[in-house]
Ligand binder design. Sequence first.
Ligand SMILES: C[S@@+](CC[C@H](N)C(=O)[O-])C[C@H]1O[C@@H](n2cnc3c(N)ncnc32)[C@H](O)[C@@H]1O
Length: 243
Amino acid sequence: MRTSKILIELNSGKKYLVKDVSEDYHTSFGIISSKELKGKKTKIKSSTGKDFLLIDATFPDLWEQFQRGPQIMLQKDIGWIMAKTGINKDSEVLDAGGGSGSLCLSLANICKKVTVYEIHPEHHKVVQKNIDLSGLNNVTLKKDDIYQGIKEKELDLITLDLPEPWQVVKHAEKSLKEGGFLVIYLPNLTQMQRFLASLKGTSLKMLETVELLERKWAINEQIMRPEFQMLGHTGFMAFCRKM
Ligand SMILES: C[S@@+](CC[C@H](N)C(=O)[O-])C[C@H]1O[C@@H](n2cnc3c(N)ncnc32)[C@H](O)[C@@H]1O
């Protein structure tokens, strides 16, 4: 269960994660007393008179505070996976490699159970740290190499964000339930070509390959236009289904 709170300074929008309400919290806008943190009020003032909102941290609040290790999957892509596969509170999911935990923990936030394979010891530590921060207790983190096989069976979804997903196709076929999804995320189309070839003769059918672009806008009283800079390319996603 999540116990962290988020403090938001209302003028700037700056957020602070409060893990322990038994101590005063120091911000660049003054100190928030432990008494205020423990109280029931959501609108509170710091020692310098600045206004703060104090609420229970939501999953996206916590996601913003996650430690970063390897390149994470972004919310635009994670949301698409959720929408296209229909995973929900009854779903059992496997994710590899765990990386920084962005994808696997987002999935765990809405699924019944998520198993994560992460072979790199340092990345394993980052995922564990982020599991602890999230407070989610439906995640099993393993040090296993997914290229060697998958122990879990009857899975609703397998997500792969690693360099050689074609090494996992045969294992995924055995571990997915009928109608289950395999979603892979790759930065290069050359990798996608090799992955496609590996599907031949299997029960995994390619449904679609997609690249999602997200363009943020600068909005205030004077300006209303797209931001000059945007993230040009993150990766391609391919959606396959066992059928
Ligand atoms: C780009 S990161 C994944 C990021 C992750 N999707 C996220 O959103 O934070 C790729 C990860 O795959 C791991 N990895 C690579 N090969 C693997 C394998 N055979 N089995 C398990 N993990 C593997 C790497 O150590 C690395 O941490």
